[in-house]
Design a protein around this ligand. Structure first.
Ligand SMILES: [Fe+2]
Length: 962
C-alpha cells in the first residue's frame, strides 16, 4: 500500500517535472549559479579563450529567401566576430571551437547576434540534459562526463563530431547554430531556420579533425605532451593572417518548411541535424573580417540570443524543461551572467591574458590521468557479430551467458486435477490445482494434457515497471475507484433500478463507452464484429456446416428479395462467427456460457446485419434464433453471444495472441541477442515492460479470486484451459500476418464486405511497419549471406523453435534458420506489428465494449434460452446480468487495461540504436508514414457514424504497456 502511494506520488512529481511551471522555476536557479560563477571567477560560462575581430557583413544580392523584413539583398552591416575555444585555456586542446557574429560594430547592442559552434548538433537536447551536462563539467571529473555520455550515447556522438584538435586557423572550420529558430517571412508560412558560418571558398572541413586515437578517449582534452606551440597559437595565427589580408566567410541559412507530418521532437531538437537534401544550405551573406580588437576591447564584447530581429527570427516557445526549445529559453537568460561579468570587469579589472607557456599540470582533471574507459565502452554502434572484433565477440558471448542465467523459460501445463507431485518450481498457493509448473523436461509431458505458452520464470529486475508506469497504473485505478464510488452513491440516492443501474454506474466517469447508446440494435451488434475489440473472429461463410442446419426457410424475409442462402454465399454476402473453441471449457459454478454460431448478412446497403444465431455447437441443444423472434429473446441471444465473444477476446485474442507471444519472443531475444545486436536494438522498444505486465496478469489478473476469475464465465481455471487449447494447435506466426489472416478468413474482398474498418486500417499499418522493418534489415544486412552467417540471429531462431525454449512451431526457415533478408524482415514485421498495432486493436476498445455491462457481460447468471417459445423480459435480462459488485470489478479492469498510450508507435528515445545517425532517415520516414496514416484515418472517421480509432497510429502504443 505504501509502495502504491509512493509510486502514485512519483507520478505527480514526474508530471510536475514535465510542467512549464517547473521550467520557469528552474531557470533562475541555473542562471543564479552561473552568474555567481561569473562574478567570482570573472570568466565567461564557456568560450573563455577567444579573440574578437571586426569587419562587415553583406547580404548577398542573389539571396534565395522568402521576402522578409531583415535579410534584404545588398544590405551591409558593420560586424564583430568572436572566435573561441569552448573549454580549456589552451588553443592546442582537444576542444569545440565557436564563432559568434554580431551585425554591428558595438560591444553589446546589435540588431542580430548569431552564436555558433563546430558540429551540426549539440551535446544536449533540452534544459534537463543541458543541466546534467553542465553539472558533469562543473564537477570536473572525467567519470562524470563518461557517465553522462553513457546515459546519452547520441550526445556523445555529437561531441565526438564537434571536437577539433590543432586546427591551423579558426577560419578553416565550420560553425553551426544547431538550435532552430522560427523564421517569419512576409507570407506567414510556418518555417524554421538554422545558420552556419564556413570558409568563403567552401573548402571541405578537414583542418583539425582529430584522429581515431584521440576520439577513443575524448575526455582527455589537454594538449599532447609533445606540444610545442604556445597556448595562444590559434589566436596569434589569426591576427597574423589578418595583418596580411582580410578573412572571408560565407554565412549560410537552412530553412525548414514545416509540414504536418514533421515531428517537434525531431525537427525542433538540436540533437539531430536536418536532412540537407530536403533543407539545403543557402548562401545568405558574405562576412569580411579586416581587423582584430585588442584583448581588453574584446573582453567587453557581449553576444546574446536576445539580439534577434524579432519580426523575422524568434526563439521557439518551450513547453517544459524536457522540450528541445527549452535550451533557448535558458540561453535567453544567459544575458544576466554576461552583464555580471562586465560589471565585475569594472569593479575588479579584467582577467589576465592567458600565458603562452604551458605547464604540465594545469588544467588537467584531478581525478585520473589514465583512462580505463575508451570510446567503445561508451558508445557502441549496433553491428552484426561477424563484423565485430574477436575481443568484442567474446564480450558478447559473456553478456549472453549472464543473460541466460537471468532470463529463463518456464513451461506450464494445465491439469484438471492436482497430481500431488511436488512441482520443481514453487508457485504461489493459488497456482496449485490450476496448472502445474514443470522444468522444461520433455520426459514429464506424458502426464499432462495441455501445455501453456512458455513465459519468464522469474521477472528479472531490469524488466520491472518503471516508477512512472507503476504510478500511472495506480493513478488510473485510484481515479476509477473514485468514479465508481461516486456513481454508486448517485445510484443509491436516486434509487435507480433495472438496466439504468448499469448506465448510471458510469455516472462518475467523464467519458462514456461508445456502445452505450445503441447496444440493443442489430446493426451495433454486427458493427462490433468489424470495428469492435475483437475484429478477427468473423469469417466468410462458404458452406453450411452439419452442426448448423440453417435453411432458406429459417431466413425467410431476412435476405434481400430473391436472395437465397446459396446465392448469398455465392455473392460473398454471408459471414459467420463460430465460438466452438469454448465448448467443453470449464465454467464457474452459477455462471453460464454459450458457444454460439452467429450468421451475418451484408444487406443491400452494404451493411452487415445478424440474421441467425445458434447458441450451442450441437443443434439438438437449442434452436437457431433469428431477429424475427421475440425482441426480448433475440436480445438475450445476442447478449449470450457477446459474452462468449468476450471470453475468446480476453483470453485468446488479447492475452495469448499478443501479450504472451510477445513475452516469449522477448525472453528468446534477451537470451540470444546481445545489446550490441541490431535486432535487439530494433525490437527492444517494442518489448518494453511486457514481461512485467504479463507477470502481473498471471499473478493478479488471472489468479483465483482475481478480476478475470470474478467477472468472466470461464474464471481463472477455464481461462488457462482455453489458453492452453489454442496454444496447443495454434499457428502462432501466420495468425499475426494481416494479409494472410484476411485471405485465410475470406474477408479481404472490399466490394463484398465494404465496411470493415479494422481490416482497412490494419492493412495500411501493416504495410507501414513492413516497410520500416525491411529498411532496417537491409540497412544492417547487406545480403542474404549476412543473414545466414549471423550466428547470434540463428541462435535466436533456434531458441524460439526449441521445445524447451519458445516452442513455436511455425518459424520461417524451419530447422535451417533464417535464410534470407525477406524471411527475417517478414518475421520481425510480425513481432513489431503484434506488439504495437496487433495489441492496440484488441486492447484500446475494451472500455468502449465492456465498460457498459449490458453490452458485454463478462458472465451471465441464468441459463441461455433453449426454446423459441420462451419470452425474455427486461427483468429476465437484468437478473441474468452480473451484480453491481461484479459489474464494478469489470469496469475497473477494462478501464485499467484500456488506458491511453503515453508513447505512441514510432516515438523512439534519443538512445535508440545507441544514437546511431545512419538509422535516422529510416526512422524519420517511418514516423512520416505513421503520421500520414493517422491523418487519413482521422479524415475517414469524420464520415463515420461511429469513429474507429483503435488503429490510429497516435493511439497505438509502442509496446504492449506503453
Ligand atoms: Fe493489453
Amino acid at each position: 500500500m505504501i509502495d502504491a502511494i509512493r509510486d502514485y506520488g512519483f507520478l505527480y512529481w514526474d508530471r510536475f517535472l514535465r510542467s512549464r511551471l517547473f521550467m520557469v522555476l528552474l531557470r533562475p536557479v541555473i542562471i543564479t549559479l552561473i552568474t555567481l560563477n561569473s562574478i567570482i571567477t570573472r570568466r565567461r560560462m564557456s568560450h573563455e579563450n577567444g579573440l574578437v575581430v571586426r569587419g562587415q557583413v553583406k547580404i548577398l544580392d542573389n539571396v534565395d529567401l522568402p521576402p522578409n523584413g531583415f535579410f534584404t539583398p545588398g544590405k551591409v552591416f558593420p560586424c564583430r566576430l568572436r572566435h573561441a575555444s569552448v573549454s580549456f585555456l589552451d588553443d592546442a586542446a582537444l576542444a569545440v571551437r565557436g564563432a559568434s557574429v554580431k551585425f554591428a560594430d558595438e560591444a553589446v547592442d546589435s540588431p542580430f547576434d548569431m552564436l555558433m559552434n563546430n558540429g551540426n548538433s549539440t551535446p544536449f537536447w533540452d534544459m534537463d540534459t543541458f543541466f546534467q551536462f553542465t553539472l558533469a563539467r562543473i564537477r570536473g571529473g572525467r567519470a562524470h562526463l563518461i557517465d553522462y555520455f553513457k546515459r546519452n550515447p547520441r550526445c556523445y556522438m555529437n561531441v565526438r563530431d564537434a571536437l577539433r584538435r590543432d586546427p591551423s586557423s579558426f577560419a578553416n572550420l565550420y560553425y553551426y547554430s544547431q538550435i532552430p529558430l522560427r523564421f517569419i517571412a512576409e507570407d506567414a508560412v510556418e518555417r524554421y531556420a538554422k545558420f552556419r558560418l564556413i570558409p568563403w571558398d567552401e573548402t571541405p572541413e578537414r583542418d583539425g579533425i582529430p584522429d581515431e586515437d584521440d576520439l577513443q578517449t575524448p575526455w582527455f582534452q589537454e594538449a599532447k605532451p609533445n606540444e610545442r606551440r604556445g597556448r595562444n597559437y590559434l589566436k596569434d595565427a589569426y591576427r597574423r593572417r589578418l595583418d596580411k589580408q582580410p578573412v572571408r566567410y560565407r554565412f549560410q541559412i537552412q530553412i525548414l518548411n514545416w509540414r504536418d507530418s514533421d515531428d517537434r521532437d525531431y525537427e525542433l531538437s538540436s540533437l539531430y541535424p536536418w536532412n540537407e537534401d530536403e533543407c539545403p544550405w543557402r548562401d545568405l551573406a558574405e562576412v569580411i573580417i579586416t581587423e582584430a580588437l585588442d584583448d581588453a576591447e574584446g573582453n567587453e564584447c557581449l553576444f546574446s540570443l536576445r539580439h534577434l530581429p524579432a519580426a523575422v527570427l524568434q526563439t521557439i516557445p518551450a513547453r517544459n524543461f524536457r522540450d528541445g526549445p527549452s535550451i533557448d529559453y535558458l540561453r535567453l537568460a544567459g544575458w544576466w551572467p554576461r552583464r555580471a561579468r562586465l560589471l565585475m570587469y569594472r569593479l575588479r579589472g579584467q582577467p589576465p591574458r592567458i600565458p603562452d607557456e604551458r605547464s604540465e599540470t594545469t588544467e588537467a582533471y584531478a581525478d585520473e590521468t589514465v583512462s580505463t574507459v575508451e570510446s567503445d565502452d561508451v558508445y557502441r554502434r549496433p553491428c552484426l557479430p561477424q563484423r565485430d572484433t574477436p575481443e568484442r565477440r567474446e564480450e558478447r558471448r559473456e553478456q549472453l551467458e549472464q543473460a541466460r542465467g537471468i532470463y529463463q523459460y518456464l513451461h506450464g501445463y494445465i491439469e484438471t486435477e492436482p497430481t500431488g507431485e511436488q512441482p520443481a518450481w514453487h508457485p504461489p498457493p493459488w497456482y496449485r490445482g490450476v496448472f502445474r509448473i514443470y522444468e522444461p523436461n520433455p520426459g514429464d509431458r506424458k502426464t499432462v494434457p495441455i501445455p501453456l505458452p512458455p513465459f519468464v520464470r522469474e521477472l528479472p529486475s531490469g524488466e520491472r515497471y518503471s516508477r512512472v508506469v507503476q504510478g500511472r497504473i495506480y493513478g488510473t485505478l485510484a481515479v476509477s475507484y473514485l468514479a465508481l464510488a461516486l456513481s454508486r452513491f448517485e445510484n443509491w440516492l436516486a434509487k435507480r433500478h433495472g438496466l439504468d443501474i448499469y448506465r448510471f454506474l458510469l455516472w462518475g466517469f467523464r467519458d462514456k463507452p461508445l456502445t452505450m447508446a445503441h447496444w440493443r440494435e442489430d446493426a451495433e451488434f454486427a458493427r462490433q464484429r468489424l470495428a469492435g475489440v475483437n475484429p478477427r473472429i468473423i469469417r466468410r461463410f462458404t458452406e453450411i456446416p452439419a452442426n448448423f442446419p440453417v435453411t432458406d426457410a429459417t431466413l425467410a424475409g431476412l435476405l434481400n428479395a430473391g436472395e437465397t442462402l446459396a446465392s448469398a454465399m455465392e455473392k460473398r454476402r454471408l459471414y459467420w462467427c463460430n465460438y466452438g473453441v469454448l465448448e467443453g471449457i470449464s465454467v464457474k459454478p452459477g455462471r453460464y456460457l454459450a458457444h454460439p454460431i452467429a450468421l451475418f448478412y451484408v444487406n443491400g446497403e452494404g451493411r452487415l446485419m445478424p440474421i441467425a444465431i445458434q447458441l450451442f455447437q450441437r443443434p439438438e441443444d437449442g434452436p437457431i434464433f433469428t431477429p424475427k423472434d421475440d425482441p426480448g429473446l433475440w436480445l438475450a441471444v445476442k447478449t449470450f453471444t457477446q459474452s462468449a465473444d468476450a471470453q475468446v477476446h480476453e483470453v485468446v485474442e488479447h492475452l495469448l495472441r499478443t501479450h504472451l507471444i510477445i513475452e516469449l519472443f522477448g525472453v528468446a531475444m534477451r537470451r540470444t541477442l546481445p545489446e550490441a545486436h541490431p535486432i535487439n536494438a530494433l525490437l527492444s522498444p517494442h518489448l518494453a515492460d511486457t514481461m512485467a505486465v504479463n507477470t502481473s496478469a498471471r499473478t493478479a489478473l488471472l489468479a483465483p479470486g482475481g478480476p478475470i476469475d470474478s467477472t468472466m464465465a470461464v474464471g481463472s481455471k477455464g481461462a488457462f484451459e482455453l489458453m492452453g487449447r489454442v496454444w496447443h494447435d495454434h499457428r502462432i506466426l501466420d495468425s499475426q500476418d494481416v494479409p494472410l489472416d484476411l485471405k485465410e478468413r475470406g474477408v479481404d474482398d472490399v466490394e463484398a464486405l465494404p465496411d470493415y474498418p479494422w481490416r482497412d486500417d490494419a492493412l495500411k499499418l501493416w504495410a507501414v511497419v513492413q516497410r520500416y522493418v525491411a529498411a532496417m534489415v537491409e540497412h544492417f544486412y547487406a545480403s542474404d549471406e549476412d543473414v545466414a552467417e549471423d550466428d547470434e540471429l540463428q541462435a535466436f531462431h533456434a531458441e524460439i523453435r526449441d521445445p524447451r525454449g519458445g516452442n513455436v512451431r511455425d518459424m520461417p526457415g524451419g530447422e535451417v534458420g533464417f535464410r534470407t533478408r525477406d524471411e527475417l524482415s517478414g518475421f520481425l514485421t510480425r513481432v513489431v506489428y503484434t506488439a504495437s498495432a496487433g495489441h492496440a486493436a484488441v486492447n484500446n476498445g475494451q472500455y468502449d465494449c465492456f465498460g457498459f455491462i449490458p453490452n458485454v457481460p463478462g458472465a451471465l447468471y441464468r441459463p441461455p434460452p433453449r426454446d423459441k417459445d420462451l419470452t425474455w423480459s427486461e427483468r429476465d435480462l437484468e437478473r441474468a446480468l452480473p451484480d453491481l459488485r461484479t459489474a464494478s470489478t469489470q469496469i475497473l479492469m477494462v478501464r485499467l487495461l484500456s488506458r491511453r498510450t503515453e508513447i505512441p508507435i514510432g516515438r523512439y528515445a534519443p538512445a535508440f540504436f545507441a544514437g546511431t545517425q545512419s538509422v535516422l532517415p529510416i526512422v524519420t520516414r517511418f514516423r512520416r508514414d505513421l503520421h500520414a496514416l493517422s491523418l487519413e484515418i482521422e479524415a475517414r472517421n469524420l464520415g463515420r457514424e461511429v469513429p474507429y480509432t483503435y488503429l490510429d497510429p497516435k493511439q497505438v502504443p509502442q509496446s504492449i504497456v506503453t
